[in-house]
Design a protein around this ligand. Structure first.
Ligand code: NAD
Length: 277
């Protein structure tokens, strides 16, 4: 079900399914979205310093815990250090800022948001430090390609638990999935719905019809069946519930193959080897 978890390489359990809150506005919008999600059974929230909504996310989590009788250890919170704060000292500072804005006792997972050239290794050393101090339960990376991971692993003391990357039926990331599996790193899909662009795809719609499901639900079910963590974004309560309603059907092997075959190696977001922010 919605609360099923994957055991990360350090033993920490992370839900396979969560809510993404990129572009959810700080204040009322993000608060309502996170509370609706937790009411609907979501237990994982993906934010970042760059999303400018960590305060609302933290407030919503505290209120939702109270209203739903949940304890802090039943919720999993991810945040990320933004590119302009990469480097050792600045990342330590950025971590404290995120913790303070969230106003929670700890962060569950803290990620290097993008592999900023010549900086990400120092950034990683800072994450290793806060991890060893017990201020965060797990650390990981985002937007790392195989060569970035190889480079990082050459010096890392702590192996990243997670690599959060753009992944959807037009960008299935099979090579990276195989590589990360071998290294004990779990892949996590951002923009799983292709930012909403894949929801009219005929293959996905027609597979959905067989099960009485939407294209969004087909994609999110595919994520779970191929073994990637998924964090669809919505601030609309109906869609938040719809996206989570994927535990009463199973895609066949043929369906999975048909979805895999939609791959075009095509991104909607930026290329991790060529970004300038
Ligand atoms: P997404 O693929 O989750 O799509 C979200 C869009 O689809 C929204 O516009 C929403 O209105 C629409 N939508 C959602 N559910 C729908 C439904 N059931 N029916 C119709 N429309 C629906 O895109 P995303 O927000 O880019 O990605 C999800 C999350 O991934 C983000 O919120 C963020 O947490 C994370 N993310 C991380 C990075 C990174 O660099 N690490 C980059 C982008 C996103």
């Amino acid at each position: 079900n919605l609360q099923d978890t994957v055991k990360l390489n350090n033993g920490v359990e992370m839900p396979w399914f969560g809510l993404g809150v990129y572009k959810a506005q700080e204040g009322e919008e993000v608060i309502q979205a996170v509370k609706a999600a937790i009411r609907a059974g979501y237990r994982s929230i993906d934010t970042a310093a760059a999303y400018n909504n960590e305060e609302g996310v933290g407030q919503a989590i505290r209120e939702a815990m109270e209203e739903n009788g949940l304890s802090r250890d039943q919720i999993f919170v991810t945040s990320k250090v933004w590119n302009n704060m990469q480097g050792y000292e600045t990342t330590l500072e950025a971590f404290e800022t995120s913790l303070k804005k969230l106003n929670l006792e700890y962060i569950d997972l803290f990620l290097v948001h993008w592999p900023v050239k010549d900086k990400y290794k120092e950034t990683w050393r800072a994450l290793e430090k806060v991890y060893k101090e017990g201020k965060v339960r797990a650390i990981g990376v985002s937007n790392f390609q195989i060569h970035h991971l190889e480079d990082l692993l050459a010096d890392a003391e702590v192996v990243p638990t997670v690599n959060q990357v753009e992944l959807h039926p037009q960008l299935t990331q099979k090579e990276l999935l195989k590589f990360t599996k071998e290294k004990g790193i779990v892949l996590e899909a951002w923009s799983p719905l292709g930012q909403g662009n894949l929801l009219e795809n005929e293959t996905l719609v027609s597979i959905g019809k067989k099960y009485g499901k939407t294209a969004a639900q087909v994609i999110l079910r595919w994520d779970l069946q191929v073994g990637v963590i998924t964090i669809p974004k919505s601030v609309n309560e109906g869609r938040i519930k719809e996206n989570a309603d994927i535990y009463d059907f199973e895609l066949s092997a043929e369906d999975i193959a048909a979805i895999d075959a939609l791959n075009l190696n095509q991104r909607f977001g930026s290329d991790p080897d060529n970004f300038n922010f």
